[in-house]
Design a protein around this ligand. Structure first.
Ligand code: ATP
Ligand code: MG
Length: 342
């Protein structure tokens, strides 16, 4: 048995947001720093996931490379021997395993996914890809036997589906066919979190910040730091007049407190204790605005220093290896379902 695997990815369907950074990129970089010797790390771009909703296809290829640069700028150590960086579409086993799994996943299960409901709401046409995407995500995880999948709270249901699929296939075919990824609470514990991270829009704090939704309350990682600070100073709050950390009654304020804690890399309780009961929303916003300004300035500088050729080199190195790993698991599945001789 090799070392256990931590895996994460962000689809490249648009500019990455502060939510992606705090919910997925930073957690992975932190886990990597903490567990460098004990785990392998798979950081991939699910490019096949990128057009389940319409995108500008001319930008997809370069967006994928840019997103990888941002992951590196977020602190992912690419020199770490057992960190693998790859694109989903360069490893055909992902798509093939998806088809096989599709035949063991029920329509009703996918129809219950809240993200599908949210993303298809009020749309005239909805792609089958959008409906089916959680199965591709399960294939992404199960092909490599990932134990931990650091994702934001919005992906919880999809992760749970991946577990269900793994357990079902193991029961049907072979008890150790797939490693079952850890349950959500174990994922949180492992990441040192009490609760999943769900960064809200600064304008609509009841909604999560999303890269595919046009919203003036979204902070993109490519935003001018000055503009980003202004978005925070203009954040929607509430009329309570006192600072409390409670997403149910003061989502705007709570969102800002959470962002401050994550950017300062201190426990949430420390920031809550600092602000609880105070009255100046402006001062609270000011602290977040300065932190975001400083973060974006450094982050953008780092991103601009990474060459395309460096990313290409990493991809060429790791994609060849990942194809072998994924093909070996796919072959096992093909044999079990009768597509290949045992
Ligand atoms: P889209 O609107 O296209 O779905 P997205 O911003 O939700 O974009 P994804 O590519 O779906 O991004 O997700 C990439 C990763 O970022 C996942 O781990 C997801 O949980 C995390 N993530 C996305 N939005 C947030 C958010 N607002 N807060 C915390 N994590 C988030
Ligand atoms: Mg999403």
């Amino acid at each position: 048995m090799g070392k256990p695997i931590i895996l994460t990815g962000i689809r490249s369907n648009g500019d990455l947001t502060l939510g992606n950074y705090l919910g997925a990129m930073l957690p992975l970089a932190k886990l990597q720093a903490r567990h460098a010797n004990a785990y392998k790390f798979n950081m991939f771009v699910p490019d096949l996931h990128s057009f389940t909703t319409p995108i500008n296809h001319q930008d997809l290829y370069s967006n994928t490379i840019r997103n990888l640069k941002m992951f590196i700028a977020a602190g992912l150590n690419t020199e770490h021997q057992e960190t693998y960086i790859y694109r989903q579409s360069f490893i055909p086993a992902h798509a093939e395993l998806t088809w096989i799994l599709d035949c063991f996943v029920y329509f009703g299960e996918l129809n219950r996914m809240t993200q599908f409901k949210d993303k298809s709401e009020n749309k005239n046409t909805v792609s089958v890809g959008l409906f089916n995407y959680p199965v591709l995500m399960a294939a992404d995880i199960l092909l490599y036997g990932a134990q931990y999948v650091p994702v934001g709270e919005d992906q919880r249901q999809h992760l749970e589906l991946a577990r269900d699929i793994a357990i079902r296939m193991n029961n049907l075919f072979k008890s150790d066919l797939f490693i079952v990824p850890e349950a959500w609470n174990e994922q949180l514990k492992f990441a040192g979190l009490n609760k999943g991270v769900r960064i809200r829009s600064f304008k609509n704090p009841n909604k999560k910040m999303s890269k595919s939704v046009i919203d003036p309350g979204t902070i993109l990682l490519t935003d001018d730091p000055e503009e980003a600070s202004k978005k925070i100073m203009a954040a929607t709050t509430d009329s309570v007049g006192e600072i409390n950390f409670d997403f149910a009654t003061q989502p705007g304020i709570s969102n800002i407190i959470q962002i401050i804690a994550l950017l300062r890399d201190v426990p949430l309780n420390e920031v809550i204790a600092q602000w609880q009961g105070k009255h100046s929303y402006g001062d609270l916003k000011q602290e977040a605005a300065e932190l975001v300004h400083k973060f974006l300035t450094t982050f953008q500088q780092k991103t601009s220093q990474i060459e395309d050729s460096y990313v290409d080199e990493l991809l060429n190195r790791d994609e060849a290896l990942m194809r072998q790993v994924a093909n070996a698991k796919l072959l096992e599945v093909q044999q079990l379902v009768g597509l290949r001789r045992n």
